[in-house]
Write a protein that binds this ligand. Structure first.
Ligand code: GRF
Length: 297
């Protein structure tokens, strides 16, 4: 049953859990508020009492669910869900309901994610754009046939492209593939190869990268994954963070779009620091992408 719902609503298992929590808490709140309000109205006739109760529940339920959906990060899902119900019962115009269609129905912007590893950032970005039609992940590109990101792409039904060194180095083939797929934004999420000039030139200001440190410090060739955090710890830095920047032909180089900081604690290990940074990445990368794309509208 849960799998059917996941497919129907195009959501991950975790998002489905949050949606169910929202339904449950929103429903209980509605019942509680209605029970408190009904005695205040002091209605004697039974039929009128039932009628008012039904009307009250109909008004309170969407409100309660929308409010509860905010802390659960599911506002966008429930906003569309309620609009769809509204359109079915004729309360919301058809045009509005069409605009509120679920994710994946011809998104406005098409994103390609480049990744070489596990793909936790890719997953967070996919989840972020699952609801709404601002953007969709249309392609996952990797240089590593064993990359975890390929399993994510398969699970999410996203087309993939595995590139080999020679074809990638000339750049034209990949640039053509991206153009053919009508990609609007290239998102590097742990992609370990430098991009060739042909790709950079084909997508001016349309390629962004995330780096797990505060650039310009701790960037450049060989500075990826745990190596970055090892360097930060060995230099006894008091803070680290993430940098999201436009990519150019150099490693971890290009105009900075966004940085977020976090402390480096005295007893930090590479693993604990990496975990803190990973959380920052998941929290901010999708949001920054969303803002960049929304500004283009
Ligand atoms: C992230 O730390 C990112 O900053 C770096 O590579 C890592 C990718 O991790 N560029 P994941 O594959 O998204 O889990």
């Amino acid at each position: 049953m849960f799998e059917r719902l996941q497919k129907k609503w195009k959501v991950s298992g975790f998002q489905l859990f949050l949606i169910i929590c929202t339904f449950a808490i929103g429903g209980s709140l509605t019942g509680y508020a209605a029970r408190k309000l009904m005695p205040v109205l002091s209605i004697d006739q039974k039929w009128l009492w039932i009628l008012v109760y039904v009307v009250l529940i109909t008004i309170l339920w969407p409100l309660a669910v929308l409010i509860v959906s905010i802390p659960f990060g599911q506002y966008s899902f429930f906003n569309k869900y309620i609009h769809r119900i509204g359109s079915k019962i004729g309360l919301v115009g058809k045009q509005k309901a069409a605009h509120m269609q679920p994710a994946g129905d011809s998104p406005h912007f098409r994103i390609a994610i480049f990744a070489s590893g596990a793909g936790s950032n890719a997953q967070a970005i996919i989840d972020r754009f699952r609801a709404g039609n601002l953007a969709g992940i249309s392609l996952v590109v990797t240089n590593n046939p064993a990359a975890g990101v390929l399993q994510i792409a398969e699970k999410e039904h996203i087309p993939t492209l595995v590139v080999d060194k020679t074809a990638f180095a000339d750049g034209e083939t990949v640039a053509q593939q991206l153009k053919k797929q009508q990609i609007d934004l290239v998102v590097l999420a742990g992609f370990l190869w430098k991009l060739p000039p042909a790709v950079i030139n084909a997508f001016p200001k349309k390629i962004i990268n995330i780096h797990p440190a505060l650039l310009p410090k701790f960037g450049g060739k060989g500075m990826y994954g745990r190596y970055v955090h090892e360097a930060v710890l060995s230099q006894q830095e008091k803070e680290s963070g993430i940098t999201i920047h436009y990519a150019d032909e150099l490693y971890d180089h290009g105009p900075i779009i966004f940085q977020a900081r976090c402390p480096v604690l005295e007893n930090d290990t590479v693993a604990t620091l990496e975990q803190r940074i990973r959380q920052l990445e998941h929290e901010h990368y999708g949001a920054v992408i969303e803002k960049l794309l929304a500004d283009k509208l």
